[in-house]
Design a protein around this ligand. Structure first.
Ligand code: NZQ
Ligand code: ZN
Length: 389
């Protein structure tokens, strides 16, 4: 096991009515003049925003609003938010929504205290040292941004989708998590969220680091819980306990605990970010296509860890590693299909993907060689995209 630092300062307040703590927690941790960030309107339609405003008002917290964050959020709204934050002397940011909203809030939090262009942090020209405090009210379990120190933004000018990763500066100070808020999710968003959280575990599980049995077992346990609970939320979107288990899984999948003590991979995320940047597909759906393709390649070239995953999570008893890895990959594909997720580019709606362009972009954004468990270069990236066709 490698040395590690694991720092998660986020206070999670989990359960029914958690959002009613918005006022109290904001007053305590975000200050008295906050910017509320929301997406395209689901939180307005559900009445959540009204409840949040009432809670803020009751706690004496003044609030401005930044609305209209789209999935695969872009820099445009970030600049707008930074302007508001500076003009209104905003003391903290409350994101009410999913990963796109939370990531926009984090980008505004960084940019508001920085003299240069916030994009510097995303393209690696500057290192985050300071940010306004961020809190979240999560409405979709998926990206894990409610517990992560990361934010992912797409620059409209060239469609570069890049993430900034911090140990703690961008971790929300609190996240209010009421599983009931996820009852209104469209089934395809619920399913894509499930694929994304599973991917966050795979990206850490697929590691070259040996002797991380505890981290492996934690990861396998969360994956098994997701596999058990996912059909329940798809069949009955108002199954509180199943929603709760999925919601908490999404946080634990990405708050870092599944990566402790080991090198992580992240090749599939790198390759998916190019898909969602170029074709604007849902991030989790893109991963449902790419993870099995990556596993199919690894089954032939580095089957040991995928075989372990197959045996321990998908109960495959095949002794040969390559065959076990392939059977595990098929089990995963079948599982994604059972949630009505796409598992090929064609099913994702991309009939003729421009693979050379996808590869060109991923090499720019991730480097000529990327991945942790197995090093991916241009040639291998082409093969994996082809396996996803
Ligand atoms: O915009 P609204 O109207 O709110 O609708 C959203 C959006 O259309 C809808 N939705 C959310 N909660 C809902 C709801 N609809 C009904 N009822 C609810 N309760 O769902 C749609 C998707 O929302 P979005 O925020 O885009 O989803 P998600 O959480 O999957 O976030 C995806 C983004 O996060 C990035 C992805 O790349 C993508 O840009 N990621 C961020 C990470 C991080 N910061 O750590 C890590 C991830 O790997 C990922 O890359
Ligand atoms: Zn993801």
């Amino acid at each position: 096991m490698n040395n590690f630092t694991f720092h998660t300062p986020t206070q999670y307040i989990f359960g029914r009515d958690a959002e009613m703590k918005a006022g109290e927690m904001s007053a305590k941790l975000l200050g008295k003049n906050i910017l509320v960030v929301i997406g395209g309107g689901s939180v307005v339609r559900s009445g959540l925003l009204d409840r949040v405003f009432a809670s803020l008002d009751a706690a004496g917290v003044a609030h401005s609003l930044l609305k209209g964050v789209k999935p695969n959020p872009t820099d445009r709204l970030v600049y707008e938010g930074i302007d508001i934050a500076r003009r209104e002397n905003i003391t903290g940011i409350l994101a009410v929504g999913g990963g796109s909203v939370i990531d926009t809030a984090k980008a505004v939090a960084l940019g508001a205290l920085y003299d240069g262009d916030f994009w510097d942090f995303y393209c690696g020209n500057a290192k985050p040292e300071n940010a306004l405090p961020v809190g979240t009210i999560l409405t979709i379990p998926a990206a894990g941004s409610e517990g992560s120190g990361n934010s992912v933004i797409t620059r409209e000018a060239d469609l570069r989708k890049l993430g900034v990763r911090t140990d703690s500066i961008l971790r929300p100070l609190f996240s209010l998590m009421n599983p009931e808020l996820t009852f209104t999710l469209p089934p395809e968003q619920t399913a894509a969220g499930i694929a994304d959280m599973m991917a966050h575990i795979f990206e850490r599980y697929m590691s070259p680091t040996a002797n991380v049995e505890l981290t492996d077992r934690i990861s396998e346990g969360i994956l098994k819980a997701i596999i058990e609970e996912a059909p329940k939320v798809m069949a009955n979107p108002e199954d509180y306990d199943a929603r709760a288990n999925i919601m908490w899984s999404g946080t634990l999948a990405h708050n870092g605990v599944c990566g402790t003590g080991r090198v992580e991979d992240w090749a599939c995320h790198g390759m998916e970010h190019e898909l969602s940047a170029l074709y604007d597909v849902t991030h989790g759906a893109g991963l449902a296509v790419l993870i099995p393709a990556w596993l199919a390649y690894m089954a032939q070239h580095a089957p040991a860890k995928p075989a372990q995953l197959a045996r321990r999570v998908f109960n495959i008893s095949e002794p040969d590693d390559t065959q076990a890895a392939l059977l595990g990959m098929t089990a995963l594909r079948n599982f994604f299909h059972s949630l009505s997720l796409p598992v090929t580019m064609a099913e994702l709606g991309i009939e003729n993907p421009d693979i050379p362009e996808l590869v060109r972009r991923v090499l720019i954004n991730k480097g000529e060689k990327f991945g942790g468990y197995y090093i991916i270069d241009a040639d291998i990236a082409i093969q994996i995209y082809r396996l996803a066709l």
